[in-house]
Write a protein that binds this ligand. Structure first.
Ligand code: FES
Length: 234
């Protein structure tokens, strides 16, 4: 039995579950998520294996703020190696699905990852990155509804424009709690919290804070120091 899985790979994909589920149903596939959404890819692969699938073809959907198509291949291979004996043959499509009409072509061109050997473990995943700042973009429900996907995309563009790829680690997260101030972005280790970070504000955070070293006070959220109740703000 061959099973098919449509895989949402970006942090934005769980928010469009209904849309992706409709696509998956039309093409006869299961839906899984690589990150931040349920069911996770490993859960779906384990279930399909238990259901007797001998072959599983995975086709991803991606975006500018998500991982490249090679990630789907590597993560699929890691699941296969960890599962061990009895794992089905796994194949991944060579490109992300951008148009539903391309489904059959992508499935036909899918390549096996089972036992493929070299290249499935990236050396880049061995070490902690040498960044100066980690920027956390909240992709919780309120921030996502308020445009955090555009915020993340703008940060990617601005960081590249300023050549900060090695200096700044951009990470998308679940709810960071000040939901009323969505979209929320935090910069660490500076412990600076920003609210209302739209596309223009994202540019300011990069240019003024990450490049020039000055937190953007007009966007900054009040941070109450640990151990206080009445509000000694940082
Ligand atoms: S959803 Fe972003 S802070 Fe809660």
């Amino acid at each position: 039995m061959t099973a098919y899985v449509l895989v949402g790979t970006t942090a934005a994909d769980p928010a469009r579950r209904a849309e992706l589920l409709a696509v998956a149903r039309r093409v006869g596939a299961e839906l899984a998520f690589l990150q931040l959404g349920s069911p996770g890819l490993g859960t779906v692969l384990t279930r399909l294996t238990g259901d007797g699938a001998a072959r599983v073809v995975l086709v991803g959907v991606g975006g500018a703020t998500g991982p490249g198509v090679s990630w789907l291949r590597r993560i699929t291979a890691h699941w296969w190696a960890a599962y061990g004996a009895g794992a089905p043959e796994l194949l991944t499509a060579p490109a992300y699905l951008t148009d539903e009409t391309a489904w059959d072509d992508l499935v036909a061109r899918a390549q096996p990852v089972t036992g493929a050997g070299p290249g499935l473990r990236s050396g880049a995943w061995e070490d902690v990155p040498r960044h100066r700042h980690q920027v956390l973009v909240c992709r919780g429900p309120r921030c996502t509804a308020a445009g955090a996907e555009e915020t993340a995309a703008a940060l990617v563009v601005e960081l590249a424009r300023h050549d900060l790829g090695d200096d700044v680690l951009l990470t998308q997260t679940g709810c960071q709690f000040p939901c009323n101030r969505a979209p929320v972005v935090t910069v660490h280790p500076d412990d600076v919290w920003y609210g209302g970070v739209d596309r223009a504000a994202a540019g300011a955070v990069v240019a003024e804070h990450l490049v020039a070293g000055n937190p953007v006070e007009r966007l900054r959220l009040r941070r109450v120091a640990p151990g206080t109740t009445t509000g000694k703000a940082r």
